[in-house]
Write a protein that binds this ligand. Structure first.
Ligand SMILES: Cc1ncc(COP(=O)(O)O)c(C=O)c1O
Length: 384
C-alpha cells in the first residue's frame, strides 16, 4: 500500500494527459461563463493584471491622471505590483475578524484621504463578502465597485452582478496556466493592446505543460515532486512576478475543456471542505474553521483554519513534514505592516490562519489522510 506520508500531496490540481491532448482540438473559451448577458470577459496573466487594467480603464474614462483606490489591508503585496506601477494612491481599509470591510473605519478613511475612485471588495476563499454594503458605500462617495473574485470559481448569487467590474483567477481552481478574467459591461472600452495579439502557444504554456506532466508522473509513481525544504512559516519571499503578456490560444482551449466540469469540481470541493470541517478537533480557543459554516452554493477555494498563535507554527511544520501542504497567507503590504495598531486584525489573521488544500484532484483517501494528520498535529501540540 502506498503511504502518503512518504511524499507530498499536490497543492494544485493536475491535468490528465488525455485532457491536454483533446484541448488542442477544442474551441477557445470566450469567458462567458464568468459573465452575465450584458457583460464581456477580457483575459490577462492573472487577476492582479485584471485589477490594474480595470483601474486604468476607469481613470481614463474619467479623464483623470491620478486616482484613489480603497482596498482591504488583508491583501497580498505581490498582487499589487501592477497597480503600484500606476499613478494611484492605495488606501488600505481595515477588515473585521471575519474579513469583511470595517465600514466605520472605511468612512473615517474617506475623511482622511478623500473619496475613492475605486473600491475593491474581496470575496476571500470563495465566501461572498458584503456586496450590498459595498454598493451603498460606492453610491454615497461616487466610487465604482471592483469585486475581487480571485478566490471564486464562477460567480453565483450576487457576485459580479451589480459591480462595475469583477476579476477571477480560474488557474487557482483549474488545471490551466496562469490566467485572470476581467469582467466588465460590454460597453466598457478595455484598452489593453496585449489582448489583441494572441499567440497560439508560448514559452509559458510549454513550461506549464512540461511541469504538470512530470508532476503527475512523479506523484503516480509515489515519488516526491517538491524538494523536502519547507518554506519557513513567516517567510515573505516574493515569488518572481510575471509580466503581463497575451494569454495564448492553447490556454483558452484548455480553459474551455474545463468549463463543462465546473459544477462537478464545485461538488467535490464542497465535499472535501466538509470532510475537513467535520474531521478536525474543534476547540474555539485553539483551533476551528475560519468560517462558521459553508453557505449553499459557495465553492470553497481552500479550507482556511484559525489556530491559536501558540500552536500554529508547530502545526504548520508538523503537517508539511509529513507531506500535507498547509500554507499561510503569503505576505501583507508594507504600508499595513508599518502601522500595526491600525491594521492589527489583518496582521493577527495573517499570523493565525492556515489553509489546507481541498481541490478536485485529491482523493477521498488523501483527504482522510489530511484529517488524521491535522488531528494528530493539533492534538499533539495541545497535549491531546
Ligand atoms: C485576494 C487576491 N486578489 C488577487 C490576487 C492576484 O491573483 P493572480 O494570481 O490571479 O494575479 C490574489 C493572489 O493570490 C489574491 O489572493
Amino acid at each position: 500500500m502506498i503511504s502518503f506520508g512518504r511524499y507530498d500531496l499536490p497543492v494544485v490540481t493536475l491535468p490528465d494527459i488525455r485532457y491536454l491532448l483533446f484541448g488542442i482540438f477544442t474551441h477557445q473559451s470566450s469567458g462567458e461563463i464568468w459573465c452575465n448577458s450584458w457583460q464581456k470577459a477580457s483575459f490577462y496573466r492573472g487577476s492582479a493584471w485584471g485589477i490594474s487594467e480595470a483601474v486604468k480603464t476607469l481613470l481614463k474614462s474619467k479623464r483623470k491622471t491620478q486616482g484613489i483606490v480603497f482596498l482591504p489591508d488583508y491583501f497580498c503585496n505581490q498582487a499589487l505590483r501592477p497597480l503600484r506601477a500606476q499613478s494611484v494612491q492605495l488606501v488600505f481599509y481595515p477588515v473585521t475578524e471575519n474579513l469583511n470591510p470595517d465600514w466605520r473605519l472605511v468612512h473615517t478613511l474617506v475623511l482622511l484621504n478623500g473619496k475613492p475612485d475605486v473600491f475593491i471588495l474581496v470575496h476571500y476563499f470563495g465566501f461572498p463578502s458584503e456586496i450590498k454594503n459595498a454598493l451603498q458605500f460606492c453610491q454615497q462617495v461616487g466610487a465604482v465597485l471592483l469585486e475581487d473574485g480571485a478566490h471564486v470559481l464562477i460567480p453565483r448569487g450576487g457576485i459580479g452582478k451589480f459591480s462595475w467590474a469583477s476579476v477571477f483567477s480560474p488557474y487557482k481552481f483549474l488545471p490551466v496556466p496562469k490566467l485572470g478574467v476581467l469582467v466588465t459591461s460590454k460597453e466598457t472600452e478595455i484598452g489593453c493592446e496585449m489582448l489583441r495579439e494572441k499567440k497560439r502557444v508560448d514559452m509559458e504554456i510549454c513550461k506549464w505543460i512540461g511541469k504538470r506532466v512530470l508532476q503527475s508522473l512523479f506523484l503516480n509513481c509515489g515519488f516526491s515532486w517538491k524538494s523536502r525544504r519547507i518554506v519557513p512559516f513567516d517567510s515573505e519571499v516574493e515569488p518572481n512576478f510575471e509580466r503581463n503578456s497575451s494569454v495564448s490560444a492553447v490556454t483558452l482551449q484548455l480553459l474551455k475543456m474545463t468549463e463543462s466540469k465546473l459544477d462537478q469540481y464545485k461538488r467535490i470541493r464542497r465535499r472535501h471542505y466538509k470532510i475537513i470541517e467535520e474531521g478536525i478537533p474543534v476547540n474555539s480557543d485553539v483551533a476551528r474553521p475560519f468560517f462558521s459554516s459553508l453557505p449553499e452554493d459557495v465553492c470553497p477555494y481552500l479550507f482556511p483554519m484559525w489556530l491559536h498563535k501558540s500552536i500554529i507554527e508547530d502545526v504548520y511544520y508538523k503537517l508539511n513534514r509529513i507531506g500535507v501542504p498547509a500554507q499561510t497567507w503569503p505576505d501583507l503590504p508594507p504600508e499595513v505592516k508599518e502601522k500595526p495598531s491600525t491594521h492589527s486584525r489583518a496582521i493577527k489573521i495573517r499570523k493565525s490562519l492556515l489553509t489546507i488544500p481541498i481541490h478536485q484532484s485529491l482523493t477521498e483517501r488523501q483527504m482522510q489522510y489530511m484529517v488524521r494528520s491535522l488531528r494528530g498535529a493539533i492534538g499533539k501540540v495541545f497535549g491531546g
